[in-house]
Design a protein around this ligand. Structure first.
Ligand SMILES: N[C@@H](CCC(=O)N[C@@H](CS)C(=O)NCC(=O)O)C(=O)O
Length: 209
């Protein structure tokens, strides 16, 4: 199995954290996004979407999309379960992972790519060119802050985002917070539960992955 990775990028980090939680050693192949290696013919033949991460199995099958890769690893290495350990937990984990992606991570990516000069003409990932929309960056910051409030409310009642078990939803949300912090998005005031959770998640060994 080969794991196409980029040390500085948030999406492959989600998989690295997931693998670290399960003590899985991935054989990594570095893709230098800063140098545009994702657009090379060699990498396009692996992932025509030109994004990392990608996992190539020994029979050549390629899996892209963080959640799909993690789901595959979870089936191969079931312990500890990071997609929930009962039907209800699995549903809650899936629900919160989707919320963290759609309401947290994607707005944070949109804010980043629509306002950073380095992404001019590359507001979306992939081989096609898209112009930046500064108003979208502004709206995305508002959405990211709103999701922090939403998480804070949830974390008032649970240790982890999807309930009482650490899961992929926490990994996605932690990655969202890392992008928000990098963007210097100001945290809404008095989010004590979010702060408690964030400090606990950041001090897990896997967070260094
Ligand atoms: N939906 C994809 C998102 C992957 C993604 O956005 N990867 C970024 C790095 S965080 C990327 O490869 N960017 C390439 C580029 O900026 O050209 C997934 O879950 O794997």
């Amino acid at each position: 199995m080969k794991f196409y990775d980029c040390e500085t990028a948030p999406s492959p980090r989600r998989v690295r954290i997931f693998a670290a939680e399960k003590n899985i050693r991935l054989q990594k192949v570095a893709v230098n996004l800063a140098d545009g290696e994702q657009f090379s013919d060699r990498f396009r033949s692996i992932n025509p979407d030109c994004t990392v991460p990608a996992l190539q199995l020994d029979d050549g099958t390629v899996i892209t999309e963080v959640t799909a890769i993690c789901q595959y690893l979870d089936e191969l290495y079931p312990e500890p379960p990071l997609f929930g350990s009962s039907p209800a937990n699995r549903a809650r984990v899936t629900m919160w992972n989707i919320k963290a992606e759609q309401q947290g991570l994607l707005p944070a990516f949109d804010a980043f790519r629509n306002r950073s000069r380095g992404f001019a003409g590359r507001a979306l990932t992939g081989p096609d060119s898209f112009d930046q929309i500064p108003e979208l960056a502004e709206r995305s910051v508002v959405r990211a802050r709103a999701f922090m409030e939403r998480m804070n409310g949830e974390l008032a009642n649970h240790e982890f985002l999807a309930g009482d078990e650490f899961s992929i939803a926490d990994i996605t949300a932690l990655t969202f917070m890392a992008v928000a912090i990098r963007l210097k998005i100001e945290l809404p005031a008095d989010l004590d539960h979010l702060e408690r959770w964030h400090s606990e998640m950041s001090s897990r060994e896997s967070a260094a992955a």
